[in-house]
Ligand binder design. Structure first.
Ligand code: NDP
Length: 286
């Protein structure tokens, strides 16, 4: 049996269409959701991500501004900019693109973003709320995974979810959100012993390792759902995930491809969080 392919691109398109309608309704009531993205330095990949965030925002009617600064921009000025955006009524979401140049403390900058505008879900207040099971802004990539599973009618309730990776932006929040959806969760990382023995017990494997073809068919229980977060280049320079897709799809029940799986969901959830923030603001005004 070959696995069902989970089409992240199609799911993202549907969610963006829903958001577009919500934005039109918000505009009728006098609020245009606004997203500000700040980027410092000349990392090419970061600029590509930022351009894509700007384009996607505009496509669905979000007011969008991008503040681009040179690599030697000071931490003090960046913190001032964040403060300015915190106080700007047109802006409902603030995203500072990471990584930042070494002379700037990422922690300081993230802490400076008003939690109610932290649409990346990185502020300790939002992370803390997630830990205690409260609604907040959830980190976009793991939140995108949860939404994707919901849209595919794959319930996590009572399932054993094994997350490979424990980063603050993917692994840990993916585990916490799975827990919030009543899964039994195991987190694996670089010090985990006999990892395949653990992943073979999983009903759902979420791979966020950053190593091409790390998850092979012998890691997977027949019929399991496999979510591939990785973005890597293989030896031929081709984009690929953490999962050996061609072989794993012969064992798994459902699987996300790379590209076209988790990737398109990440920006979608950024847009979702921006609209959510604007709706919260609208509710406050009422
Ligand atoms: P990090 O490098 O921050 O984390 C990688 C995690 O994998 C760490 O927890 C590390 O463990 C673990 N790990 C490393 N080697 C092994 C190993 N041999 N066995 C088991 N675990 C291991 O990466 P990110 O979480 O930021 O990203 C993970 C992947 O997802 C990357 O490919 C990245 O490009 C991609 N990504 C994709 C996004 C998307 O939109 N699709 C968004 C964000 C990331 P330890 O903690 O012990 O070091």
């Amino acid at each position: 049996m070959t696995a069902a392919i989970i089409d992240g691109k199609a799911i993202a398109k549907d969610i963006r269409a829903e958001l577009k309608e919500e934005i039109e309704a918000l505009k009728q009531s006098g609020i245009t959701p606004g997203l500000a993205v700040v980027i410092v330095g000349d990392d090419q990949a970061s600029h590509t991500y930022v351009n894509s965030k700007e384009k996607s925002s505009k496509e669905i009617g979000i007011y969008s501004e991008v503040h681009r600064y040179p690599a030697d921009y000071s931490e003090e000025k960046l913190l001032q900019k964040v403060e300015e955006l915190n106080n700007d009524d047109r802006i409902h979401g603030i995203l500072v693109q990471l990584p930042l140049p070494k002379h700037i403390s990422e922690d300081k900058v993230i802490d400076a973003i008003a939690p109610e505008k932290d649409v990346d879900g990185f502020h300790p207040v939002n992370v803390g709320k997630m830990v205690i099971g409260k609604d907040s802004f959830f980190s976009c990539t793991p939140y995108g995974i949860i939404k994707m599973l919901e849209k595919e009618n794959i319930s996590l309730e009572g399932k054993h979810v094994v997350v490979i990776g424990r980063s603050n932006i993917v692994g840990k929040p993916a585990a916490l959100l799975s827990l919030m959806h009543n899964a039994t969760v195991t987190i694996c990382h670089s010090r985990t012993k006999d990892l395949p023995a653990i992943t073979r017990q999983a009903d759902v494997v979420i791979a966020a390792v950053g190593i091409a073809n790390y998850v092979t068919a012998d890691h997977i229980k027949p019929g399991a759902v496999v979510i591939d977060v990785g973005i890597n280049r293989n030896d031929a320079g081709k984009l690929c995930g953490d999962v050996d897709f061609n072989n794993v799809k012969e064992v798994a029940g459902a699987i996300t491809p790379v590209p076209g799986g988790v990737g398109p969901m990440t920006i979608t959830m950024l847009l979702f969080n921006t609209v959510k923030s604007a709706k919260a603001k609208a509710a406050k005004i009422k």
